[in-house]
Each structure stands twice: as structure tokens, then as C-alpha cells.
Design a protein around this ligand. Structure first.
Ligand SMILES: C[S@@+](CC[C@H](N)C(=O)[O-])C[C@H]1O[C@@H](n2cnc3c(N)ncnc32)[C@H](O)[C@@H]1O
Length: 396
């Protein structure tokens, strides 16, 4: 498509906006209710997105070619479906999308959601969405895809729902996407994601450094390199009965006790050196190694300080940014990811101005849609419309 108009629903900080602008689109309406995201949107695009979608009347919506929406996933009422006369999506935000599609009939739709949407509520949610989009007149294809397939070092599987009005194209929609098993080449260190010099405030604290040093020593010292269970240091040497615990928990305890017995000489020395981890918070006394054999030190991985313990992940693709509270630590640099780096993982350009408040910025990037994924799929979707136009021209 050359020039086209689009609307950006649940617009956040404009992941769709970025992608659509690259493809030649003009945003004619954005809708958002989160005050911080609204400010960021205004700062970057000069558009006031402050509109609750529930309050926008059909007459207020400008004509547009593309409807974009990264909508919240909500279960649909089964009662409505069983009664057979009510719109089963009523009361959900998807209902607003369906309403706008009915009224405005744009040529294309580009929706995004968590992957779980497809299996949510025993597939009822997806079945209802597919049925409604079909009834409203769209030929639709869901595609599950992650930015790592495009060489962006983030593992973030999402479902993209691509649709074209049936009168434009009603054949099979097919999208070419790179193989999703190929996770090998992605290394954020080499992909230009990280800055070499950042503000000191992103450095981990002395205590955090000490905790990670301690667990690194632990990992180096034990005989197990792929630890398939969470390490709970409180179980080292413990002998109390496990009958009261649910099966999974008793199983983890047993594995920890065995790990201790297999490595007793080393672990006793380690515990003594680190004063039985007595200065650590309970969550820092737990450790999860999720890096297989791809690295051999905590400091080579990505680290998350989670409520369930310290988690180390492999460095070849960043774990999905989610609206996060625990900002991931880049082991090699002994610091947290910066908002600018979070922006890059979401394929936002360096010209993008993040929220001044870091907490809000991380949350907004975590909520956003990956720009490259949208652009990659939307381009292929729009080509179906173009093809059709060209074919009609030839026939005439
Ligand atoms: C998953 S996020 C979408 C982020 C967006 N795609 C981006 O790239 O930044 C969903 C957004 O829907 C917004 N939202 C929720 N209810 C809404 C409503 N009634 N009207 C407009 N936006 C709403 C939330 O505030 C949230 O920012």
C-alpha cells in the first residue's frame, strides 16, 4: 500500500504506530486509558490518545484502511453463548473491536495478543473471536511468532491475528516466517542492543553482587551442570519428614537433599564461607539455573531476581519483556537493562523518547507489541490486497 490510514486501539506507546508509519500509514485515531502511556504517545507522535474505547461513538471514528489493536485478553461469557441471542463478546474489550469493524469495515485488521489466547478458556476465547471476525466479514489467519525469528534477540511468542475484508481477498492467507526453532544466532551482546556506558543507577547493588558471587561459586563447585529443579539451600542437610508436602514440593526437596549429599564436602565448605546465607533474603537463598550447558558462569547469563529465587537464563535470546517489576540483570555487565535497551528489544528506534520514569518505561515496553513483528506480517497482509487490485486491473 502506498499511503493509508489506520487506527491504533489500546495504543500504549505505539508499537503498531511505529510499524504502520514505516509502511506509509497515517494514524487517524489512537485510544488508550493509561495516563503515563498517553503522555509518552503524545510526546512521540503529537497525538492525544486519551480516549476510552468504550466511550468512542462510531460516528467519531474517522474512515480508515487498517484497524490495529493489541487488546487485553478476557474470557467471554459462556452463558451468552448458550442462550444464543446475546453477543458472546459483550462486556469484553474485543466487543469494541467487533463493533468498530461492523461500523467502519476497514480493509485490514492487525491484532496482537498473548499466545495463550489460542488455548484460553479451553479454546472458547479464540473460537468466539474467529467466529465473530468471520461473521463481520473478515478472512483471518492467526500467526504465532516471536521477534527472535527476525533476528531480534528476544524470545516473545505472541499471536498476531491478520485479517483482510473478504470482498478484497477470500482465498487462503499464507505468511512466510523464518523457522521458529532457529534460536542459535541470537546474542544480544552482539546484536547491538547493549550500551557500553550507562548511568550508574543501573548497576546492581553490592549486596546483589555478593549474592550472585555466592551462587556462581556454588554452580562452579557442584558436580551437576544442568540443574533440572530449583535449588533450595534450606534443604541442604535437612532430614525432616516430607509427608505433609504436596508431591511436587516433596520431590524438589528430595532432589535438593540428594544434591547436597552428592556434593557434601564442597557444599559444607561453601555454606561455611557464606555464613549459611544468613544475610540473604529468603528468596535470595533459592536459585534456578535455566541456562542448560550454554554458559558456565552466572555472570555469563541473564539474571532475574524473582520472588521464587534467583533465575539465570541463557544469553542467546532475552526472555520476554513483560510489564515487569523485576528488571533483568545483564550478568556480564553487572547491571540492569536500561529503558533504551528495553526499547531496542522491542524494535523501537533510538529516536523514541521513553517515559522519564523508569518504572513506567519498563512497564510500557513490556506491554508493547514488537515493532518488527508487526511490520513484517502487516507487509505480507497488505500484499494480498495489492495482488487483488493488480489482478482486477489486468482483468479489466
Ligand atoms: C497490551 S497493551 C497494548 C500496548 C500497545 N500495543 C503498544 O504497543 O504499546 C493494552 C493497553 O490497553 C489499554 N486499555 C485497557 N482498557 C482500555 C480501554 N477501555 N480503552 C482504551 N485502552 C484501554 C491498557 O491501558 C494497555 O495500555
Amino acid at each position: 500500500m502506498n499511503k493509508f490510514r489506520y487506527i491504533d486501539l489500546f495504543s500504549g506507546i505505539g508499537g503498531f504506530h511505529q510499524a504502520m508509519s514505516h509502511l506509509g500509514g497515517e494514524c487517524v485515531l489512537a485510544s488508550e486509558i493509561d495516563e503515563s502511556a498517553i503522555k509518552t504517545y503524545m510526546k512521540n507522535y503529537g497525538i492525544d490518545s486519551k480516549h476510552d474505547i468504550n466511550d468512542i461513538q462510531n460516528e467519531e471514528i474517522p474512515e480508515h484502511d487498517v484497524l490495529c489493536a493489541g487488546f487485553p485478553c478476557q474470557a467471554f461469557s459462556k452463558a451468552g453463548k448458550q442462550m444464543g441471542f446475546d453477543d458472546p463478546t459483550k462486556g469484553t474489550l474485543f466487543f469494541q473491536i467487533a463493533r468498530i469493524l461492523r461500523a467502519k469495515k476497514p480493509k485490514y485488521i492487525v491484532l496482537e495478543n498473548v499466545r495463550n489466547l489460542m488455548s484460553h478458556d479451553h479454546h472458547n476465547t479464540w473460537n468466539v473471536i474467529a467466529k465473530v471476525l468471520d461473521e463481520v466479514g473478515y478472512n483471518v489467519k492467526p500467526i504465532i511468532m516471536s521477534p527472535h525469528q527476525l533476528g531480534v534477540p528476544q524470545l516473545r511468542e505472541r499471536v498476531y491475528i491478520l485479517g483482510i475484508r473478504k470482498d478484497i481477498y477470500s482465498g487462503e492467507l499464507e505468511f512466510t516466517i523464518p523457522d521458529k526453532r532457529d534460536k542459535t544466532v541470537l546474542n544480544a551482546y552482539e546484536a547491538g542492543i547493549f550500551d557500553r556506558v550507562v548511568d550508574e543507577k543501573y548497576n546492581i547493588s553490592e549486596q546483589e553482587e555478593k549474592v550472585l558471587e555466592c551462587w556462581d561459586e556454588f554452580y562452579q563447585g557442584i558436580d551437576l551442570k544442568v540443574i533440572g529443579f530449583p535449588v533450595w539451600s534450606s534443604e541442604f542437610g535437612a532430614t525432616y519428614p516430607l509427608d505433609e508436602y504436596p508431591g511436587w514440593k516433596a520431590d524438589f526437596c528430595r532432589k535438593n537433599r540428594k544434591l547436597y549429599l552428592d556434593n557434601q564436602a564442597f557444599i559444607d565448605k561453601w555454606l561455611k564461607k557464606w555464613n549459611h546465607l544468613s544475610g540473604f533474603t529468603p528468596t535470595n537463598r533459592k536459585f534456578e539455573w535455566q541456562a542448560g550447558t550454554s554458559i558456565s558462569s552466572v555472570w555469563d547469563g541473564y539474571i532475574q531476581f524473582r520472588p521464587s529465587g534467583i533465575r539465570v537464563k541463557r544469553p542467546d535470546a532475552f526472555p520476554a519483556l513483560v510489564a515487569m517489576v523485576q528488571i533483568p540483570v545483564i550478568g556480564k555487565y553487572r547491571r540492569r537493562l536500561t529503558p533504551r535497551e528495553a526499547a531496542r528489544l522491542q524494535s523501537f528506534p533510538d529516536t523514541f523518547i521513553p517515559d522519564e520514569n523508569d518504572f513506567q518505561a519498563y512497564k510500557q515496553f513490556g506491554n508493547a507489541v514488537n515493532v518488527n513483528c508487526v511490520e513484517f506480517l502487516a507487509k505480507q497482509l497488505f500484499a494480498y490486497g495489492e495482488k487483488n487490485v493488480n489482478e482486477n486491473r489486468t482483468e479489466a
